[in-house]
Write a protein that binds this ligand. Structure first.
Ligand SMILES: Cc1cc2nc3c(=O)[nH]c(=O)nc-3n(C[C@H](O)[C@H](O)[C@H](O)COP(=O)(O)OP(=O)(O)OC[C@H]3O[C@@H](n4cnc5c(N)ncnc54)[C@H](O)[C@@H]3O)c2cc1C
Length: 395
């Protein structure tokens, strides 16, 4: 294989380009916009920068956030200290940094739109707004609105959610997460360098109604949305059944990032999975063993082992997390109340925010800590006076 074409230069495409070019392959990356302010919170978890330290060790402007305020209906807001900070980037800066790294590694970076890809013998011919490009292999990294019909995840409406928001002037130290009644999603306020990104994501609800919910919230918070810059985009959120038949690779191509539907169906986190899938795709392609078909099979296996099985499980949990009931209250309300009252529960929430607690294993950890958490909650409610001295020992 001599030449790999990377279609799309967001985090997934740029990182794949860097990895493949560093290994000595001829790489051409084609993006219609190159570095741009893609609608996004720009939040990067500890999981991302601990595995890819260059994401924190760089000179790019970014916010380092060490606390989050969680709020839900009928629950008093609680401040959760983040054991490991969350980084918040502007997407223009993050994309620029990743594209520069790809170029430095030797990738050729072209600004053009890919309009068509067709098979030419064992390779590909791409039609772009800048002309024709030939390649032996394609990495599809065109994001959630992938216009290339025959490659990448086939997203149906139940596999997506809308995400939209406003960039508003303002300054605050932490992030805010607000759960709303009957919404499989949430509102966020992320502090960025020089402004706030206020947004909402939700599954199964039209964008217009999400926007109304967000504007209502912003009015209540005194955040001016009229005249503010509005953004909206599609967020993959694969249904459970779609994970198993997810089209992540085919003859002569692999898909990475949003184009492969690789987003956490609960939090909407996609940046880590974009970079991680690009890494796994590059490793599979560069693997010394097996023919191309074997390398694509290897990519599927690596994805599943690394995080796709966990995200598939998360897709089963999502409805229960946002719309379920526990102890006669909504799950988000209980989550906020438990975070306030139980240090054990708060520690689990911290690990979820850092990306250190996989969804597979979450139930076991919750159950293991249930007695202890309930004990802490009961004590915090002032029942300690009712417990006979010396017993029971704290679980
Ligand atoms: C509102 C919102 C908030 C979000 N907040 C967060 C967050 O805080 N943290 C987080 O981890 N994730 C967040 N996400 C998800 C995150 O934005 C995505 O998962 C991430 O951008 C995926 O990266 P990617 O490289 O796969 O795709 P993209 O970043 O979408 O990149 C795709 C690239 O392909 C290019 N392209 C598309 N079609 C063509 C074509 N035909 N020819 C040439 N180029 C093409 C585009 O110009 C683009 O640059 C959010 C998403 C939304 C919508």
């Amino acid at each position: 294989m001599k030449r790999v074409a990377i279609l799309g230069g967001g985090p997934a495409g740029a990182f794949a380009a860097e990895q493949l070019a560093s290994a000595g392959l001829g790489v051409i990356l084609i993006d219609e916009k190159l570095a741009w302010e893609k609608p996004c919170g720009g939040g990067l978890t500890h999981k991302a920068y601990s595995q890819y330290p260059f994401l924190i060790d760089n000179a790019m402007p970014k916010r380092v956030v060490t606390e989050t305020v969680l709020a839900a209906p009928k629950a008093r807001a609680v401040t959760l200290k983040l054991g490991e900070p969350l980084l918040v980037y502007s997407r223009f800066d993050l994309n620029r940094m990743l594209l520069e790294r790809a170029e430095r590694a030797g990738a050729q970076v072209e600004k053009a739109r890919v309009t068509e890809m067709s098979r030419r013998g064992p390779g590909w011919q791409l039609r772009t707004s800048g002309g024709i490009v030939d390649a032996d292999f394609c990495i599809v990294a065109t994001g959630a609105r992938n216009p290339l019909r025959n490659v990448g995840t086939e997203l149906t409406p139940p596999d997506t959610m809308s995400a939209l928001g406003y960039y508003v002037p303002g300054e605050q130290a932490g992030i805010d997460i607000q759960f709303l009644p009957q919404l499989e999603g949430y509102i966020w306020i992320f502090p960025r360098c020089g402004h706030l990104s206020v947004g909402i994501c939700g599954k199964g609800e039209p964008a217009g109604s999400l926007r109304k919910r967000l504007e209502h919230f912003m009015n209540e918070r005194g955040l001016p949305w009229k005249g503010a810059s509005f953004y909206s985009h599609l967020l993959p959120s694969l249904d459970t059944g779609s994970w198993r038949k997810n089209r992540v690779a085919g003859e002569g191509w692999m898909a990475v990032g949003d184009a492969a539907g690789l987003v956490d169906p609960i939090t909407g986190e996609g940046l880590y999975y974009a970079i991680r899938s690009a890494d796994l795709a590059a490793r599979s392609l560069l693997s010394a063993s097996g023919d191309l078909a074997a390398r694509m099979a290897q990519y599927r296996v690596l994805l599943r082992r690394d995080f796709a099985a966990d995200l598939e499980y998360a897709s089963r949990l999502a409805k229960r997390v946002f719309l379920g009931r526990f102890l006669r209250g909504s799950v988000p309300t209980r989550m906020v109340q438990f975070t306030a009252r139980s240090p054990r529960f708060a520690a689990i929430m911290q690990d979820l925010f850092a990306g250190r607690q996989p969804y597979l294993g979450l139930k076991r950890r919750l159950m293991r800590n249930l007695n202890g958490s309930l004990y802490e909650i009961v004590m915090s409610l002032g029942f300690s006076r009712l417990v006979p001295r010396g017993e029971p020992a704290k679980p």
